[in-house]
Design a protein around this ligand. Structure first.
Ligand code: ATP
Length: 202
């Protein structure tokens, strides 16, 4: 099987910036969030299952998933949240596995904000954590999303604590410098991953 590097990190830590740097080197990036979104695209089997369960009001006039409403429904009800996860998680895992297997490269990246929480590490050979001090994480996320400091802090508080994430890292990319620093660190990691992938093949 392919050599897979899992990339994860908290909100606004720089996962996209980091995976863009790997992609620029020709490394395929499989994004768990993109797959999860495609899974419930208009007209998909999963979206009809969701509409049958929650009722047609869960769809917009355009036949798309009303995400805000779904969030409310599962926020208010743990059983509904569990139902949704049991429907989607196996399908998302299966789609990720297919993409990883089909990737034609020395190694590939699995980018997943919830890589550790959703225990997707069985798919990975190494875990790369993108790490930032909380102050920078708040500053960058506020600038990007136009959120208040309190909103960003609430999201951070709901995510895995920084130290717990770092404890599960094989590699850490410290995103406390410039974007050029990110590209320098990615170059070093890229060389390591090429070597590790080559020895796995032997
Ligand atoms: P999310 O999970 O919230 O989508 P993410 O982990 O993918 O976020 P990015 O979108 O890559 O994080 O980065 C968050 C914001 O910070 C973006 O606006 C990005 O351009 C900016 N950013 C990332 N790294 C740096 C850096 N080293 N210097 C300055 N800005 C940065």
């Amino acid at each position: 099987s392919n050599f897979v590097v899992g990339v994860t990190g908290g909100i606004g830590s720089g996962k996209t910036t980091v995976t863009d740097a790997f992609a620029a080197k020709g490394i395929p990036v499989i994004d768990a969030d993109v797959i999860a979104r495609e899974m419930v695209a208009a007209g998909s089997d999963s979206l009809s299952d969701i509409a049958r369960h929650f009722g047609p009001d869960i769809l917009t006039a355009q036949g798309e998933l009303d995400r805000a409403q779904l969030r409310q429904r599962i926020f208010a009800d743990e059983t509904e949240k569990e139902w949704l996860n049991q429907l989607l998680h196996p399908r998302i895992r299966h789609a990720i596995e297919t993409r990883l297997n089909d990737a034609d490269a020395t190694y590939c990246i699995l980018s997943a904000p919830l890589l550790l929480e959703n225990k997707l590490t069985y798919l990975t050979d190494r875990v790369l954590v993108v790490d930032v001090p909380e102050s920078l994480q708040i500053e960058r996320t506020m600038a990007r999303d136009n959120n208040s400091e309190a909103q960003v802090e609430a999201i951070i508080a709901a995510q895995m604590p920084r130290q717990q994430r770092l404890a599960q890292a094989d590699d850490v990319l410290s995103n406390d410098g410039t974007v050029a620093d990110v590209y320098d660190q990615v170059e070093v990691l890229h060389q390591q991953y090429l070597q590790a992938a080559a020895s796995k093949r032997q």
